[in-house]
Every structure is written in C-alpha cells, then in structure tokens.
Write a protein that binds this ligand. Structure first.
Ligand SMILES: [Zn+2]
Length: 99
C-alpha cells in the first residue's frame, strides 16, 4: 500500500491531464460508502460530467479480502465505458477511498 505522502505527490503529478483526478477534485464523487465490515465492497455515486443534473453514475468496487490480487478486483460503473472497470469514475472512486 502506498504511503499517504506518495499518493498525494502522485495526484499532484497527474492533476494536469488526468480526468479521474479532475473528477475527484471537482467533488463529483457525491456518495461513497462501504457495504461490508472490512470496507472492501464499496458503492459510490459519481456525477456525470457533461450532464450534472442527470442521475449519477453508480460505481461498485469489490476489492476482495486484504491481500487479494488486483486482477481479482471487480470494479464496474454504470457509464458507457464502465464495464471495462477502468473508466474515470472507477479510478476517481478508487482514489477517493484512499484520500
Ligand atoms: Zn464510469
């Protein structure tokens, strides 16, 4: 796991061009809550950037138990690119839970 200081520097580095960081910094993650005791199953809502008044995207992160390989993580979003698991909303929420 990254130390907080390094994560902060990474976010600063990415800030200029990164859409997920822009989503995070614009406070578009409007809801984020763990669904389990270990805080490894997370549900989040993220505003749609071009259509802020539309229903927010739903993001589900299932990170498995501690030590689970990242290849086994299941991350999905309700946006068009969300089934890939790598849309800006998924990445923004992964960053958000470490913020
Ligand atoms: Zn998405």
């Amino acid at each position: 796991m990254l130390v907080v200081d390094l994560l902060t520097d990474i976010l600063l580095y990415l800030d200029v061009k990164s859409r997920p960081v822009a989503v995070l910094r614009a406070n578009h993650v409007i809801f984020c809550e763990a669904e389990d005791f270990n805080k490894r199953h997370i549900f989040a809502l993220c505003l749609q950037t071009p259509a802020m008044k539309s229903s927010p995207h739903e993001v589900k992160l299932k990170l498995g138990s501690r030590g689970t390989s990242v290849e086994q993580w299941i991350c999905i979003c309700s946006c068009n690119a969300g089934q890939s698991g790598y849309c800006e909303h998924v990445v923004a929420d992964l960053l958000y839970v470490n913020w």
